[in-house]
Design a protein around this ligand. Structure first.
Ligand code: FES
Ligand code: FES
Length: 159
């Protein structure tokens, strides 16, 4: 069945089962493997994408639920390949990018927070990332990366 989706600012007509999980569609059908599968049941946040600007778990969303809405994946967060967002820059400089499984979802959730709360408290950062689980390294560097990104955005680093 033909379904029209808007992904990372581009309209695409795709032939997919309407009830296919968005996560599977992105990773296996649409060439966007950045969103990761951890738990597959809405618990880990590795698959976090933005749907109309709100972070959601792509493993819990069917393709049909995305018709007429804006899907943004980690691949489409930055305005261009040579223009990283502050949150992407500080995940590198502050060590927030810890592994390839949790990082994409952390970036998406953190960017969503910064767009609605440009100067979040540590508590707000931790709350916003509460649905994004790290099973190994811990959250301190991730929280520091978000704080540093907020400061960078304030200096004019936000696109
Ligand atoms: S894979 Fe979607 S929340 Fe874990
Ligand atoms: S799960 Fe990615 S660093 Fe812990």
């Amino acid at each position: 069945m033909k379904i029209a989706l808007t992904i990372n600012g581009t309209k695409r007509e795709v032939d997919l089962p309407p009830m296919m999980r968005l996560l599977d569609a992105l990773r296996t059908e649409l060439g966007l493997p950045g969103s990761k599968e951890g738990c597959g049941e809405g618990e880990c946040g590795a698959c976090t994408i933005l749907l109309d600007g709100e972070p959601v778990n792509a493993c819990l969303v069917a393709v049909a639920q995305c018709v007429g809405r804006e899907i943004t994946t980690v691949e489409g967060l930055a305005p261009g390949a040579d223009h990283l967002l502050p949150i992407q820059q500080t995940f590198i400089t502050e060590g927030g990018a810890q592994c390839g499984i949790c990082t994409p979802g952390m970036l998406v959730a953190a960017e969503a927070l910064l767009r609605r709360r440009p100067d979040p408290t540590e508590g707000e950062i931790r709350e916003a990332l509460a649905g994004n689980i790290c099973r190994c390294t811990g959250y301190q560097r991730i929280v520091e990366s978000v704080r540093a990104a907020a400061a960078l955005r304030k200096q004019g680093g936000a696109p």
